[in-house]
Design a protein around this ligand. Sequence first.
Ligand SMILES: [Zn+2]
Length: 343
Amino acid sequence: MKAVVIHAHGGVDQLKYEDIETPKIGLGEVLINLKAVGLNHFDLDVRDGVSGYFQLAMPHILGVEGAGVIAEVGEGVTAFKVGDKAMPYLTTSCGHCAHCLAGMDNICMTFDKLGVTSWGTYAEYVKVTQHNVIPLPDGISFIDAAATQVAMATAWEMIVRRAKLVQGETVLINAAGSGVGSAAVQIAKLAGARIIVSAGADEKLERAKQLGADEGINYNTQNLAEAVMALTEERGVDVCIEMVGGGVLQESIVALAHNGRLCTCGAHAGEKVEIDMIEFFRKQITVSSTHFAPKTTNSAVLDLVAQGKLEPVIDSVYPLQEMAAAHEKLASRKFFGKIVLEV
Ligand SMILES: [Zn+2]
């Protein structure tokens, strides 16, 4: 098969489009013929060999997101058949531990990530176990499906299931130009909330307003907490959807109203953060978090995309051969929404 292969950790020059052996499936496994691949910041970490993802077996294929058609099913697979449209589940789960059986397959007790110790989605074919297949509904394109899992499902898990945002509340959504951020704006709009977005560039704030945001704050030129207070008559926001970390997380906690709820799913700008716990408990703040989303949330969100109620924001589509250019764009931060590749 054709794939984008790395033979060593490093920069974009390590991404080689070449022929490599197609994975062979065994008992309980499924082979998916990928038609589209979604990019994530995580891919850059694995490529570089940082964040604990160094010393992978080489050659290796990156990629946690994709969508396609089932090409082969192994012995013992009964829930899927050749020709079904499907996508691989990115937090690979065992299907039988206590967490998996309770529907928390996103935090399976032996979870791994697709494209880390197994080959990922930068390829014509990817092999997964039958527990890590998410069927696609009719009426969704492969490109939209490949852009749904990390962005839409995580945003839905944060807004609807964790922070429980309701009509009439005010929400602050950080990194509004990211995949999760742009999805969160659409979901908060469906929930009937007043939406304040933050980002590091004015053009990203403008795009977020086109998706339904009411106000925007540029955290490179304004103090985030002060700007939120000015927009909320010094009350603060009911909910914050956070994925930046560092100073943005600190300012976001200050920007919460009494009984405010913050939900986080990322911390690329700073993993260790100092918090004033006096202010924290005096305001009765709740912090929740999610590690991507369970398969059930993915299926719910895929249905909403197929029905046209949610629309993944696609920044650009590249052919798989141009992975290096796509990685450069992702690293530049000069994009809005998801970067997708066609296989
Ligand atoms: Zn499990």
